[in-house]
Design a protein around this ligand. Structure first.
Ligand code: PLP
Ligand code: ZN
Length: 426
């Protein structure tokens, strides 16, 4: 990896580390704000450190300068980037880089919950501690729950996690679950879980963590792009990721804007290639209609039925942060982006192609991403010598099982519907 040394002017900087500003109107907000009160625009962090100086931590803590936390992150977990030979040769690409988020000790990939959701969890929980909060409620299709449950062991925070029953098989940890984890399972899909989490936050007076509006989540996921840029030495031409909410893609865009402002990594935004798993593809549908709004009847008719048919419901968000300023629609516009629909069969076939070529197991959402790259190569959306970053958002679960025992988290409460009495939960 490149070692990047700080410019003298950056040393001994004791001002506030960052400010939040609305991407629409530029209004400034205090660190705990989630949305602009004038126009509902997304709030973005502006770090005082314009140039990225890598800290001496092994994991994502090396990007501390551009994470909205006050204390160091000492976790080993972080994104890693390497240049592909196997898949690159297969596809005839000369500059294919893999951003691997998961467990793969030979490549120093040490995310023990095996998905990039852990990159959201570390800064989010640290930031909540910084702000003096000790309770968090969130919804998950499985990977977020696993990530926050695992990371909560390092913090004095009770996490209430609502997971739809389809996600139960993803509720394992690489250690014994701690008693800070309160796991609630729900009959319904991921979006039902999101709605119940919002109700819980509201009725019990917990501050909602904000989802896509939480800058700790976005800047945490943005470290995938930062790691790629410092490893490659430049911002890639293309960024590939499978999306449900698209928050990771927004994060990649925002990280690229910071890298451009840094001045040492190029001045061009990467083109965002987002993949959805058919038949449920509301972002793809709205984007292909050139619309800033998602219209339920057109873009996700019979959503619940569509979601049941997906290869991976991790990508099944029914309320993606698409329309508001700074959301996915803007990210696609500004990066000349593209959205793909990937069938189950294609994703399954590409899972095997990737695993055979690269020698590591990947999960279903990452297989959708691999399929997206293969489609893009086939249709000529990328040049053979373009610099490409493939975000493998989750992998190495099978590899992890060789080294760790998995412990399943048992629900404290199992609910049959969203319309429940809060006393059941607390
Ligand atoms: C959440 C998740 C995604 C989708 O990420 P978004 O940017 O939130 O749409 C993709 N892959 C994996 C493994 C995930 O857990
Ligand atoms: Zn605003």
């Amino acid at each position: 990896m490149n070692t990047i040394t700080p410019s003298p002017s950056q040393k001994g900087n004791d001002q506030l580390k960052y400010t939040l500003t609305c991407v629409e109107c530029g209004s400034r907000y205090p660190p705990d704000a989630l949305t602009c009160s004038h126009d509902n625009g997304l709030l973005r962090t502006h770090y005082n450190t314009r140039q990225l100086y890598l800290q001496q931590y092994k994991g994502m803590g090396k990007f501390l300068d551009w994470l909205p936390v006050d204390s160091p992150l000492t976790t080993q977990a972080g994104p890693i980037t390497y240049k592909s030979t196997g898949l690159a040769n297969e596809l005839g690409l000369s500059n294919l880089y893999i951003g691997f988020n998961g467990y793969w000790p030979q490549r120093d990939a040490k995310i023990l919950t095996c998905s990039f959701k852990e990159l959201e969890a570390h800064p989010t929980l640290q930031r909540m501690c910084d702000m003096g909060h000790n309770k968090l409620v969130l919804a998950s299709a499985g990977n977020t729950a696993r990530a926050f449950a695992h990371v909560s062991k390092d913090y004095d925070i009770d996490v209430y996690i609502i997971v739809s029953k389809r996600g139960l098989d993803k509720m394992w940890l690489p250690e014994q679950p701690s008693d800070k984890i309160h796991f609630i399972s729900l009959e319904g899909d991921y979006t039902d879980a999101i709605n119940l989490a919002a109700r819980v936050a509201n009725e019990v007076g917990m501050r909602p963590e904000g989802g896509a509006r939480n800058v700790a989540r976005r800047d945490g996921m943005g470290t995938v792009m930062l790691d790629a840029a410092v490893t490659i030495g430049r911002i890639p031409d293309h960024y590939f990721q499978s999306v449900g909410s698209g928050t990771g893609a927004i994060a990649a865009w925002e990280a690229s804007l910071r890298l451009i402002a840094d001045g040492r990594f190029g001045d061009k935004l990467p083109k965002l290639h987002m993949a959805q798993n058919l038949p449920f593809a509301p972002i793809m549908s709205a984007w292909q209609h050139n619309r800033r709004e998602i219209i339920e009847e057109i873009d996700m008719p019979d959503a619940k039925e569509q979601i049941k048919q997906m290869y991976t419901d991790v990508l099944s968000n029914r309320q993606p942060p698409y329309s508001f300023a700074g959301g996915i629609y803007d990210a696609l516009c500004e990066t000349n982006g593209q959205v793909y629909g990937i069938t189950n069969e294609k994703a399954q076939a590409c899972k095997k192609i990737f695993e055979d070529a690269e020698g590591i197991d990947i999960t279903a959402p990452a297989a959708v991403t691999a399929a997206c790259l293969i489609d893009a190569v086939d249709e000529g959306s990328v040049g053979k010598d373009d610099c490409i970053l493939l975000n493998i958002t989750a992998g190495g679960v099978e590899r992890l099982k060789e080294d760790y025992s998995l412990f399943y988290i048992e629900p404290e409460v199992s609910l049959d519907s969203v319309d429940v009495d809060m006393d059941l939960i607390f």
